[in-house]
Every structure is written in structure tokens, then in C-alpha cells.
Design a protein around this ligand. Sequence first.
Ligand code: HEC
Ligand code: HEC
Ligand code: HEC
Length: 133
Amino acid sequence: MKKTLLICMVTAALVCAFALPTLYAVDAPGDMVLKAPAGAKMTKAPVDFSHKGHAAVDCAKCHHTWDGKAAVKKCSAEGCHVDTSKAGKKKPESFYSAFHAKADNSCVGCHKSMKKAKAKTGPTKCGDCHPKK
Ligand code: HEC
Ligand code: HEC
Ligand code: HEC
């Protein structure tokens, strides 16, 4: 009895994890190399990012202003994470905070909180995302 329930729950979880992305009309692009927006000075190496490697994460977690239908905006789009100044780094509208803030939808924020919870996750050290050239 207990075993059947467990199998049901695991199946439901798997269905959710894999069926969720198909709810959206937009496809996620393949592997990307993330860079600072044009005009901003880059002090670190560009970062590899794989949508496939994050298939278990809901699109709207990262694309947190997206309605699921319109075109997906870049993180640095107008009115979003536009501040690329060093002084503005800590502000929520900074480019830096989109990827490093202590929020569970930033790269570093999510990886760190999952690591703390001892779950399998991505890198948390600077050099593991920004490889030294
Ligand atoms: C773990 C975070 C994360 C998840 C989950 C995620 N994405 Fe993305 N996605 C990104 C990042 C980061 C970019 C690059 C944004 C940029 O260039 O500013 C991106 C870029 C995109 C782009 C290209 C936007 C452009 O104009 O260049 C599309 C389209 C997109 N994602 C769709 C999706 C869809 C659909 C899903 C769900 C199936 C999804 N993403 C899930 C982080 C994520
Ligand atoms: C909401 C949580 C979450 C966010 C946000 C997130 N990740 Fe991850 N990331 C994960 C998890 C979970 C894994 C482990 C997936 C696995 O291997 O099962 C992972 C794995 C990775 C890996 C190693 C595997 C691979 O796909 O190459 C890299 C590199 C990575 N993440 C980079 C990023 C970058 C860059 C961003 C921001 C643009 C980001 N992640 C945002 C949860 C997240
Ligand atoms: C999980 C991956 C990840 C980790 C870990 C990470 N970053 Fe980033 N970082 C990114 C992404 C994605 C961007 C946006 C794309 C870009 O600009 O390369 C970025 C951008 C930056 C930028 C702005 C662009 C530039 O090149 O100047 C700085 C500065 C930066 N990171 C510094 C750091 C430092 C310092 C650490 C360690 C404390 C760190 N990052 C750790 C993913 C990461």
C-alpha cells in the first residue's frame, strides 16, 4: 500500500518535471555563452550556460517577468538589470545581481542554497563559471 503511494508520487513528480516546459509556446535555445551587454566593460571571462542542464527548473523561475507567451527578454533588457556600473553592483537593477544576488533565481543564489541543502547543483566558485583564460 505504502509502496504504491510512493510510486504514484514519484511518477507525478516526474510528469511535472518533464511536462512543465511544454506548457510554454517558446522553445529554450541551446547552449549559450553569456556576456555583459554591449558597451559594458567585462572584467571576467564569459560564462557557459545550458538550458538542457536546467530542464528541471521552471522557465518562469529564471525568466521571472515573462508571461509565458511573449518573446523572452534578455536579463539586461530596458527597465530590467541595466546597471553595469561597479558602484551599482548591489542594487537589484544591476546586471551583476541578476546572476549573483542572494535570491533563489540568480545563478549563484540558487546554486548556493541548493548546495546548503546538500542537493545536486551547479558551481558556486567564481572560477568555475568564469574560467581563467
Ligand atoms: C536556470 C535559469 C533559466 C531557466 C530555467 C530557463 N532559462 Fe532561458 N535563459 C536563461 C538565461 C540566463 C538566458 C540569457 C539571457 C540573456 O542573454 O540576457 C536565457 C535566454 C533565453 C532565451 C533567449 C532570449 C534572447 O533574447 O536572447 C529564450 C527564448 C529562453 N531563454 C527561453 C526559455 C524557456 C522557454 C525556458 C523553459 C523551458 C527557459 N528559457 C528556462 C536562463 C534560464
Ligand atoms: C533555480 C535554480 C538554478 C538557477 C537559477 C541556476 N541554476 Fe545552474 N544548476 C541548477 C541545478 C539544479 C543544477 C544541476 C543539474 C544537474 O546536473 O542535475 C545546475 C547545474 C549547473 C551547471 C553544471 C551543469 C551544466 O548545465 O553545465 C552550470 C555550469 C550551471 N548550472 C550554470 C548556471 C548559470 C550560469 C546560471 C545563471 C544564468 C544558473 N546555472 C542558474 C540550478 C540552478
Ligand atoms: C554560477 C555561475 C557564476 C558564478 C559562480 C559567478 N558568476 Fe559572475 N557572472 C555569471 C554570469 C552568468 C554573468 C553574466 C555574463 C557575463 O557578464 O559574463 C556574470 C557576470 C559577472 C560580472 C560582470 C561582467 C564582467 O565580466 O565584469 C562580474 C564582475 C562577475 N560576474 C564577477 C564574479 C565574481 C567575483 C564571482 C565570485 C565571487 C562570480 N562572478 C561568480 C555567473 C557566475
